[in-house]
Design a protein around this ligand. Structure first.
Ligand code: DGP
Ligand code: NA
Ligand code: NA
Length: 219
């Protein structure tokens, strides 16, 4: 369904959304689908809890350690920077990279803490210069609906109030005119899984066509 052109660079596609919106399921489905069609695909997720910085983040999320708000923000960002070069290398070599969460989460989860010196604008700065996605697919789900999906887990941000603010901030980030505005796609994640998948495949197909026609390198 998504035409392969091996002479072309890979695409960078990011999934975003609230906890429980179905990102992991949809990422896995998309990765498998593209691989079945012959694409080379690298599946990543942030935070990447396997690196030393990622382990600090993991401890923080599981409530095993405390971190000052700005400090943890910069650690999350550093965890993406650790992978930046490998993302660029993969894309150049024709590998498509699909990522479960990226700097959009980085910005809104920190800004949602209502820390007076951690504004949305402040939060954006450490992310500037990271590879910019060809598409950010935002799986939109009301926090109440997310909570009905078997409830939240035990981790630090998995609470209703926090999720409401995160959703609001995702909307504000979009309105602010993010530099990736033309690549931001919202999908109604409350629909049945197969319908959500079909909507995503439609978007991905158009993104592949646009990037291949345009021929521009990753920004
Ligand atoms: P996940 O492994 O996708 O469930 O993500 C773990 C949690 O961390 C989730 O509540 C979202 C949050 N998160 C992801 N990236 C960032 C980030 O860069 N900064 C902050 N503050 N939170 C993040
Ligand atoms: Na989570
Ligand atoms: Na997930």
């Amino acid at each position: 369904m998504v035409k392969i052109n091996t002479a072309m660079r890979g695409k960078l596609i990011v999934f975003e959304g609230l906890d429980r919106a179905g990102k992991s399921t949809q990422c896995e489905r998309l990765v498998k689908r593209l691989q079945n069609e012959g694409h080379t695909v690298k599946h990543m997720r942030f935070p990447d809890r396997t690196t030393p910085i990622g382990q600090m983040i993991d401890n923080y999320l599981r409530g095993q350690s405390q971190q000052e708000d700005h400090v943890i923000h910069l650690l999350f960002s550093a965890n993406r920077w650790e992978a930046a070069e490998s993302i660029r290398t993969a894309i150049k070599s024709g590998t498509t990279v699909i990522i479960d969460r990226y700097y959009y989460s980085g910005i809104v989860y920190s800004a949602a803490k209502n820390n007076p010196t951690l504004s949305l604008d402040w939060a954006r700065h450490p992310e500037i210069g990271l590879p910019r996605p060809d598409a950010c697919i935002f799986l939109d789900l009301a926090a109440a609906e997310a909570a009905r999906r078997g409830g939240y887990g035990e981790e630090r941000y998995e609470k209703r109030e926090m999720q409401d603010r995160v959703r609001e901030l995702f909307a504000r980030l979009q309105k602010l005119g993010s530099p990736d505005k033309d690549g931001f796609f919202q999908v109604e994640a409350g629909a049945p899984v197969d319908e959500v998948e079909a909507a995503i495949l439609g978007i991905v197909k158009r993104v592949f066509e646009r990037v291949d026609a345009d021929g521009a390198p990753l920004r």
